[in-house]
Design a protein around this ligand. Structure first.
Ligand code: TYD
Ligand code: MG
Length: 453
């Protein structure tokens, strides 16, 4: 009898080698190689080559009614308008962020007359029931299973023929034809490709939960991302209540939309008006607090940024950034030092985006730089202005995209004034219904500080 062939697979990136290696040549990680049965050789020997026929693109028919709503506006928007029939969706995120809660709520939201199968490999059905009761889930078409064996699940799906299957989580599932442990690259890959063929073959939508490792990649890892149709990440600080759902890949929609939820004792609640939620309760006339405008996808959001600048007690000043890129902060502080002449080199600086939100848009620069200057001079900017603009290395304020949306949002939220880049004025003048808001165009950082501080 032929000996079973084994190969060594990097658990980080899936690189395969005939022998054990200490360091992966592909991803440079140490001690990531694990011995696994070589399924590829088994498959190659057993598989027969079949004839395939191409189809003319004009002859392919598609159903119009191929999406359905989850009745959660935030989720539908991120998905590009609802769940597409027969798609494979991955929901990734840190453990405890609320993935299971979100998907349980999806089970309540989708149309009632179709069967849903919720397969949990992490919790017993009793535990899920307790949670479902708390979330007020009453869908009588929802079936619960606590199982981790993929082949049993495959058979169950074939028997029940549900419209939607939820797998919580992919790291607990295993195919007993492989010897490796659940969560290893080969198991995750094998089970996901099995689920993929179920989804494509029978038009069943499958949502997979995937936990994320400390490094930020999916455990059992990136292999998953390219196999599925849609990858959503659920992010947020665990001790803060806001959660952001972000599409990282979407074969059926745009990837720059986000959905915002708040974790409450009744589960995840959609945040329809994030600006109001994020800037409510900000301190009145305090140095270092500024409102900025961030556009994610099609949706503008007003966010508060806070900065604290104080003299350093040590030789090397400390700089800290939460919710915004650290290097961007150092760069903006260098601009203040060189172009405005602020002596920041012997000061510690802390910058924080309130609400646990992350911003990475250059349009936030002007607000951040003003917050730092405001704290340094110990003078408040006032509560009535929204700051919009990118800051260049020579201290110039550069035009930003989607200025109309930003100004309209500031108006809607009742702000008295808006500081905008001079380069955007042409577009703003074309906007029709600007009322009750004072637009101030600025060309450089010095000018902003002259107006405000
Ligand atoms: P969970 O959905 O189990 O996270 P994941 O599946 O991503 O690991 O969420 C668990 C957390 O959510 C837990 O710390 C408690 C909190 N939570 C609430 O605050 N309110 C609720 O109604 C529920 C169900 C959970
Ligand atoms: Mg869970």
């Amino acid at each position: 009898m032929a000996k079973t062939k084994t190969i060594f697979v990097c658990q980080e990136c899936g690189y395969e080698s005939m022998g054990w290696l200490g360091k992966c040549p592909a991803c440079n990680q140490w001690n990531t190689f694990v011995e696994e049965a070589d399924e590829n050789s088994v498959k190659a020997n057993n598989g027969k080559i079949k004839d395939i026929e191409p189809i003319n693109i004009n002859d392919i028919s598609v159903d119009n009614e191929e999406r359905y709503s989850t009745n959660m506006k935030e989720l539908d928007r991120v998905l590009g308008g609802g769940i597409v029939n027969g798609s494979l969706i991955l929901v990734g995120g840190d453990p405890g962020i609320g993935k299971s809660t979100l998907l349980l709520q999806v089970c309540e939201g989708v149309k009632y007359n179709s069967k849903i199968l919720y397969i949990s490999g992490e919790e017993s059905i009793k535990q899920i029931k307790i949670r479902a009761d708390r979330l007020g889930i009453k869908n009588s078409n929802l079936l619960m299973v606590s199982e981790t064996n993929f082949r049993a699940i495959e058979r169950l799906i074939g028997k029940e023929k549900p419209a939607l299957v939820i797998i919580d989580s992919i790291q607990t599932m295993f195919n007993d034809e492989l010897t490796s442990a659940p969560g290893s690259v080969s198991q995750v890959r094998e089970v996901t490709s099995g689920l993929m063929s179920i989804a494509k073959g029978s038009g069943i939508t499958i949502i997979i939960v995937g936990h994320v490792t400390k490094e930020g990649s999916l455990a059992g890892p990136r292999v998953l991302e390219h196999m599925v149709d849609t990858v959503l990440y659920f992010e947020g600080e665990r001790h803060l209540s806001y959660r952001v759902l972000r599409a990282v890949k979407n074969r059926f929609g745009s990837t720059n939309e986000i959905g915002i939820f708040e974790m409450r004792d009744v589960g995840l609640v959609e945040v329809d008006n994030p600006s109001a939620a994020l800037i409510s309760g900000r301190p009145e006339n305090v140095p270092g607090s500024v409102v900025i405008s961030n556009v994610e996808g099609t949706r503008p959001m007003l966010i508060e940024v806070q900065a604290l600048v104080c003299p350093t007690n040590f030789g090397v000043p400390r700089r800290m950034a939460t919710g915004v890129d650290y290097n961007r902060i150092t760069l903006l502080m260098a601009v203040l030092e060189k172009r405005v002449g602020m002596q920041l080199h012997n000061h510690d600086a802390y910058v924080n985006i309130v609400g646990g939100i992350k911003v990475d848009e250059p349009a936030c620069d002007l607000g951040i730089i003003t917050a730092i200057a405001s704290s340094f001079r110990n003078m408040p900017v006032g509560n009535a202005a929204v700051m919009i603009g990118e800051v260049g290395l020579t201290g110039e304020v550069r035009a930003v995209s989607q200025i109309d949306k930003r100004v309209t949002e500031a108006m809607r939220m009742g702000f008295e004034s808006c500081i905008v880049p001079a380069g955007n004025m042409k577009l703003i003048k074309q906007m029709k219904d600007i009322q009750g808001i004072n637009i101030k165009a600025v060309e450089n950082v010095q000018q902003v500080l002259d107006i405000l501080l």
